[in-house]
Ligand binder design. Structure first.
Ligand code: NAD
Length: 307
């Protein structure tokens, strides 16, 4: 008898793939320790946003896990912009600090862009500084935003060579959509970016071999948006409250999409763990860039223990 049950997409296991990335980082940290080099990440949290506290805790735990030194700085909700900038200036000047991460969002009284652009680009492990953004667009080796880097690794694991594939990125934010589209272009995809003003987003999406959803709307994208066999990366993290309690869902209607897609990231357990893994990878890249810059004489630091 012929079965009529459609084949379901395979899950793209972000936990397992991020564990591989973390193993790579751990190995490199050990090799650096043998040369008396100890990379360090400074994480700055301003205010009381509960989700930010959870994110920062997870980042610090993972850093410890792989042997990266982490330095935690907390400022109250009432901290002034001058205080935040002063702390960043200190961290910029400290040769023992290789990466600086300011957890976003910042309290409304603080100009986020001013803070991002106060970070020394060579320590900007989030890859949000305009110098790193410009370098990314030009294909120069820079610190690249963590979430899109993590998505690329997932896609490379699933698809191998991405050359010639058509990718649709849904969302055009500076932290996910735009850098994601740039990385896909560099991997030789044909790239379309769909956003809130796009006309007939589902029709554009149905042309895609790869769909990356970064919108922030629960279950916006269902099977009707997808070409059969598409690979779907769901970046969205949306908290849904129901009578059964709170749960996290993505931008993709997972149950519907997996009846059409070839492979799909679950939420949670897909993109989320990759973001932290690439933050730690970026800390190592920053540390390497700083050592190279010192050798080139571009930086004049002389502390005994440097990452
Ligand atoms: P954002 O709000 O800055 O941008 C959302 C984008 O979606 C905008 O560019 C907008 O044009 C587009 N958009 C809105 N409505 C749309 C529609 N109906 N159709 C098509 N496009 C539409 O959000 P962001 O910071 O890019 O984050 C997006 C989602 O990804 C959020 O859920 C966020 O929590 C999540 N996120 C997850 C991670 C992770 O590590 N997994 C990291 C960053 C962001």
């Amino acid at each position: 008898m012929i079965s009529t049950t459609p084949a379901l997409a395979r899950d793209i296991d972000g936990k397992a793939i991020s564990a591989q990335v973390l193993d790579e980082v751990r190995e490199e940290v050990l090799a650096l320790a043998n040369q008396q080099i100890y990379p360090a990440l400074a994480v700055l949290l301003v205010g009381d946003d509960p989700a930010s506290h959870v994110y920062v805790r997870n980042k610090l735990l993972r850093a410890k896990d792989v042997g990266i030194r982490s330095l935690e700085y907390r400022l109250p909700e009432t901290a002034s912009q001058a205080q935040v900038l002063e702390l960043i200036a200190q961290l910029n000047a400290d040769p023992a600090v290789n990466g600086i991460l300011v957890q976003l969002p910042l309290p409304a009284s603080i100009d986020e862009q001013a803070v991002i652009h106060a970070i020394d680009p060579i320590k900007d492990v989030d890859g949000f500084h305009r110098e790193n953004v410009g370098g990314l667009v030009q294909g120069i080796e820079v610190l690249t935003p963590c979430t899109p880097s993590g998505c690329m690794r997932l896609l490379l694991e699933i698809c191998g060579d991405l050359s010639g594939l058509h990718a649709v990125v849904i969302g055009r934010s500076n932290i996910v959509g735009k850098p994601m589209a740039t990385l896909l272009l560099q991997a030789n995809c044909s790239v379309s970016v769909v956003h809130s003003r796009s006309v007939d987003a589902p029709a554009l999406c149905r042309l895609a071999d790869i769909v990356v959803a970064a919108v922030g709307r629960p279950a916006l994208i269902d099977a009707s948006w997808l070409k059969p066999g598409a690979v779907v990366i769901d970046v969205g993290i949306n908290r849904i409250t129901s009578e059964f309690g709170d749960r996290l869902v993505g931008d993709v209607d997972y149950a519907s999409a997996r009846t059409v897609a070839r492979a799909i990231t679950p939420v949670p357990g897909g993109v989320g763990p990759m973001t932290i893994a690439y933050l730690l990878k970026n800390t190592l890249i920053a540390s390497q860039l700083q050592r190279t810059a010192r050798l080139d004489g571009a930086l004049s630091v002389s502390a005994p223990v440097l990452g």
